[in-house]
Design a protein around this ligand. Sequence first.
Ligand code: GLY
Length: 600
Amino acid sequence: MATRLVVIRRLGFVQQAVGPTRSVFASFLGFVLLCSVSISLAQTEIQPEQTVAITSKGSVVATREMVVAAHPLAVDAGLKILERGGVAIDAMVAVQMVLNLVEPQSSGIGGGAFLLYHDAQTQSLISLDGREFAPQRVDETMFLNDDGKPRRWVDMVPGGLSVGVPGTLALMDHAHARFGRLEWDTLFEQAIALATNGFAVSPRLSKSLEGYGGKRLQKFTEASDYFFPNGRPLQPGDLLKNPQFVKTLKTIQRDRGESFYRGQIAGEIVASVRESVLNAGVMDKADLAAYQTIERTPVCSQYRGHQICGMGPPSSGGVTVAQILGILEFFNLDMLGPDHPMTWHLFVEAGKLAFADRNLFLADPDFTEAPIDALLARDYLRNRAALIDLNSAMAVPVKAGTPFESVSLSPDTRDGLPGTSHVSIVDRDGNAVSLTTTIESGFGSGLFTSGFLLNNELTDFSFRPQKNGKPVANRVEPRKRPRSSMAPTIIYGPDGSLKYVLGSPGGSRIISYVAQMIVALIDFDMSPQVAVNQGRISSRNGSVDIEKETGMLAFASTLRSRGNSVKERDLNSGIHVIKVESDQLTGGADPRREGIVLGR
Ligand code: GLY
């Protein structure tokens, strides 16, 4: 291990080394930029949220406030709230409620969310856990067959069994009660108007109905009636109204979620789950009444003089992003630059090491101790970085480290599939919201009740409670929150001031997307939109995924020659970022989705 680090030092891109110039690396170890690449055909993978079109988007600059989210109508609703004197938390509620309506496949009050909030007045950072939890009446065998084998993931997505008790509405209520400025009831006007008068179905929503998510929806009468009127999928431009959601919105506007968690809407959710024609679930009204948003300590770590803050467990997002960066910090990526294959070799290897730890250790911290300090200790990460061989790829799966004594667990190695939505907001007072919000798979469980879709978040648990006689930390337990990969992020600059607000959808690839963005912004000093536009690369301790039809494919041959299995894929990130400077805000919206940046 020590020998390897010495070798790395001699080559000059450990952080503290006095390194050779960039030109040395251009010929280093036979790494070359490859003009032509041969990649196997895109692998088949269920894509609940595929890319519909890549839209060119330029940087947007503003001086006072800014909203970036996945649909223009949602962004508009948020900006209107800011214009009326609202603060970032007020705008977040308005954006989420409109997203629920216009991007129903990704997020909504039937799901869960994580929020990072920078409060300008107190210069403090708060993280809120609005993750769903499992009903009281589940046990760790819920996803096993009679013969004790795990059931097929794809069979467990639809219907009531996988529905977790939703947390997004409770999170919004909690955040608004603490940090909101406008009256709660004013935050729903835009969503109510759009649901009443109708909105134009977007190409992305329409296209999503053609695929896997659409087939699932057609198994359920309520969802079929709404998304397939007269048996035909909604088409781009169709005017869609949602009178049931109007009723729900007006109820929430009046009672802040009382009916949702303890009243009539709770009854409708429970009936939908328990009477599901597929996979009937066991949620009851006591589960909804017991739901609580949890304020947790954010996970913050240093990276090249910046403080990177993310969401701690039950999300694995913050810790795993911090581990990837903590390992990369031992290498001078800025010397290598984004065009050097060594950069991506290091990125891929760091991803393998971090995902190995994630899979073993991270789960709901109220059930399994989360050894965050040990996982992020600099000496531990130095030892992990020293495992990286510059000439060859580590064979996967890489084993987790031993950051602390007495570990006796088995890993949960399943990868989540892309779903979810991300919202970034900065207001004129300098408050910032980074919200990642989800109903899990595209269209969640397919159960549509009171005008919104219910999640299938419980499929984020390990289906196996134990392996080789050792328990899996992320096994199902009553009232436990499934491990997430969502990584809402807020970054402070070397002077301690707010610098970046970002996050992405994308299942467990969220972690790769966010880490890659941070490297682009900090190491390569890319502008937000240029960084968002970069081709994506993801490494989760398995194959390396590279986004099809992008310049990132130039590194495929080199990565493959090092021993990686490289797959070309539709990597459908949805990164929404705001860069904060003393005199301006600069936003970037992902060209792979329909989001925009608006500021003033
Ligand atoms: N369901 C996506 C996530 O929580 O990571």
